[in-house]
Design a protein around this ligand. Sequence first.
Ligand code: CMC
Length: 377
Amino acid sequence: MPHDFMPGLAGVPAATSSISDVDGQRGILEYRGIRIEELCTHSSYLETAYLLLFGHLPAQAEFQQWTSDVTRHRRIKFRIIDLLKCLPEQGHPMDALQAAVAALGMFYPGRNVKDIENNYWSAVRLVAKLPTIVAAWARLRHGDAPIPPRDELGFSENFFYMLTESVSHPLWADIFDDCLILHAEHTMNASTFTGLVTASTLADPYTVVASSIGALKGPLHGGANEEVVVMLKDIRTPDHAQSFVEDALNNKKKLMGFGHRVYKVKDPRATVLQGLCQRLFKECGSSPLYQVALEVERAAGTLLNGKGIYPNVDFYSGIIYDKMGIDRDLFTPLFAMARVSGWLAHWLEQLRENKLFRPDQIYSGEHNRPYLPLEQR
Ligand code: CMC
């Protein structure tokens, strides 16, 4: 019996989930029922990751245990570093991250995804090791030695330390941690769905996360944050924004960092990120990119808001990372470092009642065609 075909599965539920919820009309995003604005004000990335994975805010002892487990598993095997050394340094960091995460599964080969304890340790390792892999690759490709993690540093502070060998301005770690919270989870997006399809075959979590990383890379998904900064640099000054936006839309080009399948108002993450931009610039001086971005948002507003197209999470995040001196092609790996907790939360949730994803198709080809021998074609 044929069903209605929904291109891109728009509006088709693929799971029942209690992890996060988006109200696309009112611009509200909640993780386990708690609004992201509250989490950014009161929580940390590691605490939010726990909330997503295990469904509740950790009690003190639970949080201490979780923090200590993640902290102790930040190191990566020297062979993962050897693997990274073998990859071409001009390659994209998302490809290096995907390769390294897939390889992690060879070091931690527990295949039984019904083993709850093994699943816990897989989640710990993946949350802990992705930043170390991203930082190691960022240094190796410039000919610098990777810097091992320092246990006394918090999650975000330690990431900056592994990237730069210095302890960052405390405000940077704080703002960066909020960026990780904002990127940690977002309902049934393309990379989460990809991971769940892989997970539904009962593949191991390293394979699940490696497939999600592949889906996140594309410019319609996580890759948009890089493209936004390219666009803002191309525009150069705020007075060029109006004509750039008009030219793009007249030529049917999409504005990167705008639009969303679910939000029909401004993405609440973009609003929080804008506040973070302002905090950062107050302390460290403004960014020319931010002035251009404000003007692009204004120019696009008059032309696109009527269609429900507003800035999304990728519009302001790259401006923050750029100000922090982070290479542009690392922006999407930073997204992956955060989103891994959301991917794993969905993986754990699905395992409780797994069913193999095997959708249908509407066949549009021919039937009963004769086979023509090669010499007659
Ligand atoms: N700029 C200009 N027009 C747009 C844009 C945009 N960014 N986004 C959508 N539209 C228009 C599109 O041209 C189409 O117009 P028409 O009906 O006249 O042909 C209409 O809006 C519907 O667009 P669509 O691409 O079919 O809608 P969708 O729900 O598939 O799009 C999207 C969602 C995110 C792929 C799209 O908005 C887009 O390509 N945005 C730019 C890339 C981007 O910023 N991606 C990050 C998404 S949020 C974070 C994440 O998921 O990683």
